[in-house]
Design a protein around this ligand. Structure first.
Ligand code: NAD
Length: 502
């Protein structure tokens, strides 16, 4: 598929036709070659659009990890990438970003068929943001200076950044290409060799990306992709004695295991981007209550609610709670699922049967604890796919399960507060600390509340604000380290102090 000169957006029928003829990547990529797994095993990838098998993919395990780590180390030591000048690495990464855009329709279609998000989002958000991320880190890397320490006359102290070596990246399925890009772009820009393990639920775009990376000029063996399960190939990478750094995005439960495995093995650097249960605070003096209601719906229903930073707890000041909730319900009506291949669709399918059941179980639990005021059902069963209505619960308390646990689906819990202190207490009453948002026109309240919220990102009078220049990551059990922005380089570089006695 060549898309470079394509201008006119494709119709639903055209996307459906392309879905019939697209070829799916099926093999692992090690040392620049597409290879079956050592065991010869394969696993099926199921499309959430209709529950049907798309294709079967090489199922890597510890044996494949062993080969990939060996190759990645060899390439690192040879310096084919690690010792290229930053300007040369920039050129290659910028070329990769261009290739991603040139293949945007293919990447978007693979993403939608594999994990169920609407094609317009795959095309206009995921692929574009991913290409932008790769380009940004490419362009960054020849503009970062090292430091000279303020020594006396008899010495020179240098503080220089070096790549850490072999970096293993393990990513989830909710933004497969974007999470891949957030990891590999800074890791490659810094000169590391990378092994990526995509989620077993969404391996397609990462595999396609490796062929584009080779075409762009990333040397064979510098960017390897091992599809397979977490408990086999993921675990092997986390435990491997020759992996220098593991960069993980996924659930808090698995993040804790990654930390343990890093400790059990070689004390590799372990960077974790984990779950969230983000509070969204609406004070009565919000500058625009209609925009706040719009944002409240977006915050939980966008991407089927499968967002680490979803605003899953809506905290509304009591004196406006009733009217505000009505407004949110009106907005929720616009977040009904549709056919993911229809460019008009805003909400697609839940990634798989298992995740759909998890979300429906939480909805059942919510019905026992509080009041279901909107949605709550699986729909479009006739398609064989996995679709859930936007769902809202009211009269939720902080000790209710749906207010405590990350559901990772389109389920909103509405709570109320009466004072600023109470709002902050409820907001921080969670093991997570990924993001938070608040709406107020009072600048003092805005700053005080933002400071008091224990979260890596705080959005004021908007939700999910920011771009590639802003760091993203969590406090508390939402993780450590930061993706995006210049700070992401900290994860993939060592600081070396060199002291020269004169
Ligand atoms: P998950 O933890 O089940 O899996 C994440 C990845 O880890 C997958 O590739 C999986 O195969 C792998 N894995 C599973 N068990 C493993 C093991 N024992 N050893 C090594 N690897 C293993 O999470 P998920 O269901 O894929 O994704 C959803 C989670 O990701 C949510 O909790 C969400 O909040 C989180 N997330 C966080 C961010 C962030 O930036 N903080 C971004 C996106 C998603």
């Amino acid at each position: 598929m060549s898309q470079r000169n394509e201008r006119k957006p494709l119709s639903k029928t055209e996307w459906q036709q392309r879905a019939q003829s697209i070829s799916f990547p099926q093999l692992a990529v090690i040392d620049g070659k597409s290879v079956p797994s050592v065991s010869g095993k394969r696993f099926d990838t199921i499309s959430p659009l209709n529950g049907k098998v798309l294709t079967s993919i090489a199922e890597c395990d510890a044996a494949d990890a062993e080969i990939a780590v060996h190759v990645a180390r060899r390439r690192f030591d040879e310096g084919v990438w690690s010792r290229q000048s930053p300007a040369q690495r920039k050129k290659v990464l910028v070329r990769l970003a261009e290739l991603m855009l040139a293949h945007r329709e293919e990447l978007a279609l693979l993403e939608t068929l594999d994990m169920g998000k609407p094609i317009s989002d795959s095309l206009n958000v995921d692929v574009r943001s991913s290409a932008n991320c790769v380009r940004w880190f490419g362009e960054l890397v020849d503009k970062v200076y090292d430091q000279v320490s303020p020594t006396g006359e008899d010495a020179i102290g240098l503080t220089t950044r070096e790549p850490v070596g072999v970096v293993a990246c393990i990513v989830p399925w909710n933004f497969p290409l974007l999470m891949t890009s957030w990891k590999i772009a800074p890791a490659l820009a810094a000169g590391n060799s990378v092994i990526l393990k995509p989620s077993e639920k969404s391996p397609m775009t990462a595999l396609k990306l490796t062929s584009l990376a080779l075409e762009a000029g990333i040397p064979p063996g510098v960017f390897n992709v091992l599809p397979g399960y977490g408990h086999t190939v993921g675990k092997a990478l986390a435990l491997h004695m020759d992996v220098d750094c593991i960069a993980f995005t996924g659930s808090t439960a698995i993040g804790k295991q990654i930390l343990q495995m890093a400790g059990q093995s070689n004390m590799k650097r372990a960077w974790l981007e984990c779950g969230g249960k983000s509070p969204h605070l609406v004070f009565a003096d919000a500058p625009d209550l209609d925009a706040a209601a719009e944002a409240a719906a977006y915050a939980i229903f966008y991407n089927q609610g499968e967002m680490c930073s979803a605003g899953s707890r809506l905290l509304v000041e009591k004196k406006i709670a009733k009217e505000f909730q009505q407004e949110v319900l009106r907005k929720a009506k616009h977040w009904q699922p549709g056919d993911p291949l229809d460019p008009e669709t805003k909400v697609g399918a839940i990634v798989d049967d298992k995740q759909m059941k998890t979300v429906l179980d939480y909805i059942e639990q919510g019905k026992q604890e509080c009041e279901l005021v909107f949605g709550g059902n699986q729909i479009f069963q006739e398609t064989g796919g996995y679709f859930i209505e936007p769902t809202v619960f009211s009269n939720v308390r902080s000790d209710h399960v749906i207010a405590r646990e990350e559901i990772f689906g389109p389920v909103l819990a509405v709570q109320t507060f009466e004072t600023d202190e109470q709002a902050i207490r409820i907001a921080n009453d969670t093991p997570y600390g990924l993001a938070a948002a608040l709406w107020t026109r009072d600048i003092t309240r805005a700053h005080r509340t933002a400071r008091a919220l224990r979260a890596g990102s705080v959005w004021i009078n908007c939700y999910d604000g920011g771009d590639i220049t802003t760091p993203f990551g969590g406090y508390k059990q939402s993780g450590n380290g930061r993706d995006k922005s210049i700070h992401a380089l900290d994860k993939y570089t060592e600081l070396k102090a060199t002291w020269i006695q004169l």
